[in-house]
Design a protein around this ligand. Sequence first.
Ligand code: ADE
Length: 424
Amino acid sequence: MSIKSPVNHHIKDSSLAPPGELRIEWASREMPVLRLIGESFAKEKPLQGVRISGCLHITTETANLALALQAGGAEVALCASNPLSTQDDVAAALVANHGISVFAIKGEDNETYYQHIVAALAHQPHIALDDGADLHATIHKDYEHLIPAILGGTEETTTGVIRLRSMERDGALKYPIVAVNEADTKHLFDNRYGTGQSTVDGITRATNILWAGKKVVVCGYGWCGRGVSLRAKGMGAHVIVTEVNPTRALEAVMDGYQVMPMKAAAVVGDVFVTLTGGLKIIDREHLLAMKDGAIMANSGHFNVEINIPALEELAVEKRTVRPFVMEYRLKDGRHLYLLGEGRLINLAAAEGHPASVMDMSFANQALCARYIAQKGKELTPRVYTVPQDIDADVGRLKLSSMGIAIDTLTAEQRRYLESWHEGT
Ligand code: ADE
């Protein structure tokens, strides 16, 4: 491996590069679709001369995305999309071994988090990749002078897409966005199986609890909530779902879970997981009602789903009892436990989604970056869904990488499905 010239960066410790490199390589074994895309990018160079700034969780999987983009000719700069999600060894390897500028340190404060976003913008991107829309929002609020050179951007997560659609509605959006989250090959797998597994993993690593027999309250029954419910149930937990959407609540009931309002769930839950994208899902009144020893974790994008300021106010004492576990002793003597500062627990206390599922998400990101490089100038500033052919290609390539063949329609079957003449 050749050592590239030093690049602009702010990372924890460059001596962490060797283990980081090994872990990036390990993840790549589980990312065959992204690897294929990287190989074709290396030949065709569709991103030659394109500057890409990515505000993404700095993980082994993101490293493989950055390397695929770089193979396509892009110059890549990265910053973290969450103060607690950075894998410092990965950041070190990208800087030391691959000439990728990285601005990210696990545990950075909010001020540093935004300084890192600004540093990634000094790269003057043509394409902005985001996870949560902090990068896009910063560009639109404070760095508008960069907008004329920006061909477009992508957005990885539900919360980010919601923010960007709100910008679109307000007429504030100034460049086209491809909502990667909306690809079927993204949210049906990453949000469900990725969040399902990695959230249970994060809570387990932080606490070492036995899930069997626990009353686990899952707040929100979107794709992420479904995944966490499924996996918690698989571990033997008794799952209770809270929802505000009647159809989703009904789905949770028919999937076999108990559904109740948060006020009722607060009294009975042993473990609470928020995944709604909303605000104060666990509020002061719920904190006041919880059992002694209740554990709270968040797996939604922002750390606002649990009312942490209220928890701080109610507490007379707090102490870190294990890494990522804060014990709050309340005035009435109860103890409540907050994991990972209420930030994405799967990335704070574990390694995020496994590489095999990020393979599909980041294959979509890579192909959408190419799409924006080729078509961005023709697109108006709107939020677009992922082009159907990209979504379908990712699914096909993933199946093929797993050695799974499927059937194809015969000509007769196709004609039948396309016609309205035949009925009873
Ligand atoms: N989001 C959730 N898991 C992730 C991972 N492993 N890498 C990057 N982004 C993620």
